[in-house]
Design a protein around this ligand. Sequence first.
Ligand code: ADP
Length: 462
Amino acid sequence: MKIVISASEVVPFAKTGGLADVAGALPLALEREGAEVIITLPRYKAIKDSSFQIQRLKEDISYSVIGKNIKVYFIENDKYFNRDGLYGDKNGDYPDNLERFSYYCKRTLTLLKEINFKPEIIHLHDWQASLIPVYLKNIYLLDAFYKRIKTVLTIHNIGYQGLFPKEEFPKLGLDWSLFQIEGLEFYDKINILKGGMEFSDIINTVSETYSKEIQTKEFGFGLEGVLNKRRDSVFGILNGLDYSIWNPESDKFIAKNYSLKTIKDKYKNKENLQRVCKLPVRQDVPLFGIVSRLAEQKGFDILAEAVDTICRMKIQLVILGTGDLKYHLIMEDMVKKYPEVISLSLKFDDALAHKIYAGSDIFLMPSKYEPCGLGQLISLRYGTIPLVFKTGGLADTVNGDNGFIFDRYSKDDLIKTVEKAVAAFKNKKKLDSLINKAMKCNFSWDASAKKYIRLYELAKSR
Ligand code: ADP
């Protein structure tokens, strides 16, 4: 089967979040299943010739190879992509994001014909790639080359929809008739994700629970109606984890490799993390780790209310992440108040993230909603027990045997669950059992890739 993966971030070339992990790992797993895969990605400034083996194909197209033979085509356009950020800078989103990603989508489609790669499926991800089915169904279908191509849209987070003022509509090069309720119109604005949902053959999301949740008012961010209308085409496939990157036995970033058999060595990583984070080096206090965007979605609203109480519990807390300024400030205040308890790194740091997954005892991830979540999958593999709110992918992967889970989203329930985790930390039998169950969980890509192949077959039959 010939497949195109289109995503605005792909590991190892560009990453701001979980989308990149998925878009980097799924193609490799599909290739192992025998599929012929290519990827298209904007060429951002950080994708340098010197860091990756990049070859030139055309004036505006270069490529690299991952896996056995997966070509990753970089779409170049200095005006749009030769910038430090992927989507924005310290002032917020780039004001020309509509033009940037509409260009990316169009160039993806024209490129396929130029390189004569006629896929059965284009698997596109999130709003940045969502104009692909819109252009395909409304413009390119007239060309026989594109006639039989089917599209699968995976939504990684329905909270990000690509909303723009309607005055920008002419920049899309689409007929105004598409600016209507069955098209890209959404409360008098342009909604790019909605366009993708209206025109792709299959809509998929990254866990079964989330695929049901987003069909409700509470989680649908206004798009629940579109999803309800297309409910026969809505599916959920859990993300896998790339265990060649996330493996405590071979992880190059951590102080000491370990496995379930050599679990004692995990504690060398705890010591190392405490040193790196300038916290007192001690084994007898539970160390809670967070690697996350500092956003309400990730539970920072209840965490901000609860953190003072939590810091008084004889624990340590290491936080790595960036996000909303208000949470930066609240956590900075906590560091001033409890310098021996809490360590804060307001940055994106892959190496430190690995150290936190390995060195913490408990991974705190109380997301308000969570399409799939990778943090809990990584922490399970590292024997770092996840503490989560029961939602989306967290509900599908964490339970009382391998983690701590609460089902009423409130500051008090979070605090109670942290207390429960602290108690379990002191109960060796309970802790050993949790670690044992956690590390034996298997969320490899192979199982998920097989499900994707079945979904592509279904798309082909439509
Ligand atoms: P998101 O909603 O942000 O995509 P996920 O849990 O699906 O959340 O994936 C987040 C990914 O990004 C994980 O691999 C996590 O380790 C990584 N990550 C998040 N913040 C940081 C950070 N500040 N530094 C390094 N890695 C980070």
